[in-house]
Design a protein around this ligand. Sequence first.
Ligand SMILES: Nc1ncnc2c1ncn2[C@@H]1O[C@H](COP(=O)(O)OP(=O)(O)OP(=O)(O)O)[C@@H](O)[C@H]1O
Length: 274
Amino acid sequence: MTGLAVRCRRVLHIYRAEGGDVVALSGVDLDIAAGEKLALVGPSGSGKSTLIALLSGLMRPSAGQVRIGPVDIGRVSDAELARMRGTDLGVVLQGARRNLLPYASVLSNIWLAQRRAVQVRPADVERPERILSLLGLVGMGHRRVRDLPPGAAQRVAIAVGVAASPGLLLIDEPTSRLDREARDEVLDALDTINRERGTTIVAVTHDPDVGARLGRAVTIRDGRVGSEGREGREFAVVASDGTVQLPPEVLENVPPGTLLVVEQTDGRLSLLIE
Ligand SMILES: Nc1ncnc2c1ncn2[C@@H]1O[C@H](COP(=O)(O)OP(=O)(O)OP(=O)(O)O)[C@@H](O)[C@H]1O
């Protein structure tokens, strides 16, 4: 299927924990066009994995709207959500081998991932050999997953993630613990999938080069969109409630409660400390 667009509005997510509730996301506004590639970056604990879990339909938001294509994840039935997870949404968890059956062959892993889609929309499902070729894995179909080097295992995990031809591929840390060559092969594979199939790709990463390579890098900070990098420039982002996060280096000099005067002149917006 072709790429799916994503729309998040004022997304809030709270984990109910014994020691007290944790607000993991506190008003995320984010639009991703169909067929776009995007990196989610940000400090540890800022909410990236929570956002990916919501986009992959593993959890529903506590409040706000998460829309994948035409579907509102918060309102759709459990059965429909389960169908989407086996077909429209491809998920690659952190650590390639967590996504794979180690004693099965590469081709068996791909066939298993296609089972649901073969029943629901067979016309969209590509031959496994074609998927191997998309990911630069030609000739590896009969190898056992446990015998593969880390870079190839990561590409097999991605092959499994895209096996059902999803419109949205979500991938957590696609290049962590890979050497430079393997990392480039993984990034090339993501480019090929995006270019040839129009799949929307969202990757969580701590690697700034991955963010730069994907073209758009959204920084999640304190459970919200903190800033966005495009073509080497970093931008502040206005949220739907009108708030803007100041960059951390600016925030160091502006303690909470500081009064600012906002001035707008000829397309220029200035914040002045009184
Ligand atoms: N199952 C859970 N129960 C309670 N709190 C959780 C749970 N999962 C995550 N959190 C908390 O929610 C917040 C956001 O966590 P999340 O894992 O989404 O951040 P992250 O940006 O992905 O971090 P990392 O880069 O370390 O993976 C953190 O404060 C975390 O401790």
